[in-house]
Design a protein around this ligand. Structure first.
Ligand code: FDA
Length: 498
C-alpha cells in the first residue's frame, strides 16, 4: 500500500528534527534532480516516468542513518539505500512499482583507513572501488584488494553481492576478504560483527544489498601483489581462429596457475582475451607458451605496470591515469540491460560457431566471460551466500546497449532470445546467476499479508544463492522479521514458528 500524504508529512517532520536540513533533498528542492542522478549509471532509470524517492537523505554520520531508519519505521515509509548507484535494475534509487519511499545516499560516508602493518582497511560503504584502491596504493605498492574492475562501483552494493575482478583466481571474491562490518538494522541500532551475530554477518557478505539493513563500513583483508604485474590484450577474429581459441580457453583458463587471469570480451566476429598476470613478462611468456600456445602471446603484447596502474588501464583505457580512478562522475549516455550465467561444462565448438552467429545479428550485444578456478572456487558453497564455487568454469555476463533515441525493445529481445538459446549449455537446476548482475526478469517478489512471500521468491533466489537461499531467509527473519527493508528482489523473512 502507498502511504498517505499524512504519514509522509510525519516522516519528513521526523527527519527534519533529527538531520540537518542541508542533508535532506525533498522533491521540491532545486538540487533534488542533480542529487538523484549523481550516481545513476544507467540513464534508462532517470527518465521522467520513473518512480522517484520522496526525499533523498545524504548522511554525514551514522546517527543520521539511524534516524532515517527510525523515522521510516515510525511512519511506514520504506528506505532504499544507495552507495555507488551501479545496480543493474536501479533498485537503490527507484521503485519498479508505485511506492512512497526515501533514499539514503551514502556518498558522503566514504572514508578509507588503511593499516599497512596489519594489511587491513576499514572502508565506508559510500567509497568507490577506485577510492579504496587508490588509498591502498598510497600506503603500499605491494598491497591490493580483490574486487571489481569499474572504479565507480560503490563498496556498499559491491560487497553486499560478492564482488570479483582480475584477482579472483588468486584471492577470491571481495566477500571472501571481509573481516568485520557495521550495520544499521531495521530498529535503527548500529551493530558490529559480534553484535549482529554470526548468521547476519554471514548473510551480509554476498546475500545481496538492501535486505538486512544498511551496512555502513567494512573491515577488509588486503592482499599482496608484486611490484610489477603484466597486462595483455590479444584480439582474435573468427577468421583468425577465435572459435578454436575460445573452445580451448574454457578448459585452460580455469586451470592455469592462480597468478594468471584471462577474461574474454566476445563481440561481433571477435574475441578479445584480456589478462592480468601477477609477475613479469619474462615468466609469463614461457607459461603461456606451454599452457596456451593457441593464443600466440609474444613480448610485444606484454604491458608491465604496477597493480594500481592496471586499474585505470583495464577499465578506462591506456591513456587514463591513476588519479582518474578517483573521478566519481561517469558520462554514460547509453541505456543497457544485462544478465548472467555460469558454465560448468565446456561449450562445444559447434555451439561457439552458433554463438558468433547470434553476436552478428542486428541489434546484438556482447558477452564477457570470466574464468573461475583457483581461490574463488576453493570455498565450500556454504562459506558465504555466494554459491558459485567448485566446478564453475566461468561466469558469463550478457549485455546489450542502445541510445535514448530508441525504446530498446529490439536490444532487450535479442538479450532474452540469446539467453534462451544458451539454456542447454549453462548450469541447470538451478540456472545460476550472479546477484550483482541483477536481473528482474529472473523473478520479482510478491508481498502477501505485508510480508514478502518465501515460495515465490525462491524462483529468483535459488538462481542467485542455490541452497543458501533458505539460510538467507532465516537470517532475514532474525534481523528484520517485519520485512521493513524490502524491494522487488529482497530476501523474504522466514521466522521459525514458536
Ligand atoms: P547501488 O548503490 O546501486 O546498490 C546495489 C544494491 O545494493 C541495491 O539494492 C542497494 O540498495 C544495495 N546497497 C547499496 N549500498 C548498500 C549498503 N551500504 N548496505 C546495504 N545495501 C546496500 N561486479 C563485479 O563483481 N565485478 C565487476 O567487475 C563489475 N563491473 C561492473 C561495471 C559496471 C559499469 C556496472 C554498472 C556494474 C558492475 N558490476 C561488477 C556490478 C556491481 O558489482 C553491482 O552493480 C553492485 O551491486 C554495485 O554496487 P553500488 O554500491 O555501486 O550499487
Amino acid at each position: 500500500t502507498v502511504p498517505s500524504l499524512a504519514t509522509s508529512d510525519g516522516f519528513l517532520q521526523c527527519l527534519s528534527a533529527a538531520i540537518p536540513e542541508e542533508l535532506l533533498y525533498m522533491q521540491s528542492s532545486p538540487s533534488f534532480t542533480s542529487v538523484l542522478v549523481s550516481s545513476i549509471r544507467n540513464p534508462k532509470f532517470s527518465t521522467p516516468s520513473m518512480v522517484k524517492p520522496l526525499v533523498i537523505v545524504t548522511p554525514t554520520n551514522a546517527s543520521h542513518v539511524q534516524a532515517a531508519v527510525v523515522c521510516g519505521r515510525q511512519n511506514d515509509v520504506r528506505i532504499r539505500v544507495r552507495s555507488g548507484g551501479h545496480d543493474y535494475e536501479g533498485l537503490s534509487y527507484r521503485s519498479a512499482r508505485p511506492e512512497v519511499f526515501a533514499v539514503v545516499d551514502l556518498a558522503n560516508l566514504r572514508s578509507v583507513s588503511v593499516d599497512q602493518t596489519a594489511a587491513t582497511a576499514w572502508v565506508d560503504s559510500g567509497a568507490t572501488l577506485g577510492e579504496l584502491y587508490y588509498a591502498i596504493s598510497k600506503a603500499s605498492n605491494t598491497l591490493a584488494f580483490p574486487a571489481g574492475l569499474c572504479p565507480t562501483i560503490g563498496v556498499g552494493g559491491h560487497l553486499s553481492g560478492g564482488g570479483f575482478g582480475m584477482l579472483l583466481r588468486k584471492y577470491g571474491a571481495a566477500i571472501d576478504n571481509v573481516l568485520d562490518a557495521t550495520l544499521v538494522d531495521a530498529n535503527g541500532r548500529l551493530l558490529d560483527k559480534e553484535a549482529m551475530g554470526a548468521d547476519v554477518f554471514w548473510a551480509i557478505r554476498g546475500g545481496g544489498g538492501a535486505s538486512f539493513g544498511i551496512v555502513l563500513s567494512w573491515k577488509v583483508n588486503l592482499v599482496s601483489v608484486p611490484p610489477t604485474v603484466t597486462m595483455f590484450s590479444v584480439p582474435k577474429s573468427v577468421n583468425e581462429g577465435a572459435v578454436d581459441v575460445l573452445t580451448k580457453w574454457q578448459e585452460v583458463a580455469p586451470a592455469l596457475p592462480d597468478d594468471l587471469f584471462i577474461r574474454v570480451l566476445v563481440q561481433n566476429q571477435g574475441a578479445n582475451f584480456q589478462s592480468m598476470y601477477l609477475g613479469t613478462c619474462d615468466t609469463l611468456l614461457p607459461l603461456m607458451g606451454s599452457s596456451f600456445p593457441e593464443l600466440g602471446l609474444n613480448r610485444a603484447h606484454c604491458k608491465e605496470m604496477s597493480w594500481i596502474q592496471s586499474v585505470p588501464y583495464i577499465y578506462l583505457g591506456s591513456t587514463a591515469t591513476v588519479a582518474d580512478i578517483l573521478n566519481r562522475a561517469t558520462s554514460t549516455t547509453s541505456f543497457s540491460k544485462a544478465t548472467s550465467d555460469y558454465v560448468r561444462q565446456a561449450i562445444p565448438k559447434d555451439v561457439w560457431v552458433q554463438i558468433f552467429a547470434w553476436l552478428s545479428k542486428p541489434n546484438a550485444g556482447l558477452m564477457i566471460t570470466e574464468p573461475y578456478g583457483g581461490k574463488i572456487s576453493s570455498f565450500p558453497e556454504t562459506a558465504t551466500p555466494f554459491p558459485h564455487r567448485d566446478g564453475v568454469l566461468y561466469n558469463i555476463q550478457y549485455m546489450n546497449f542502445w541510445s535514448a533515441a530508441t525504446d530498446g525493445s529490439a536490444q532487450t529481445k535479442w538479450l532474452k532470445d540469446f539467453y534462451t538459446f544458451m539454456a542447454p549449455y549453462v548450469s541447470q537446476n538451478p540456472r545460476e546467476a550472479y546477484v550483482n548482475y541483477r536481473d528482474l526478469d529472473l523473478g520479482e517478489n510478491t508481498v502477501v499479508g505485508n510480508v514478502t512471500n518465501y515460495e515465490a521468491a525462491k524462483v529468483w533466489g535459488e538462481k542467485y544463492y542455490k541452497g543458501n537461499f533458505e539460510r538467507l531467509a532465516m537470517a532475514k527473519g532474525e534481523v528484520d522479521p517485519d520485512d521493513y527493508f524490502r524491494n522487488e528482489q529482497s530476501i523474504p523473512p522466514l521466522v521459525p514458528s514458536k
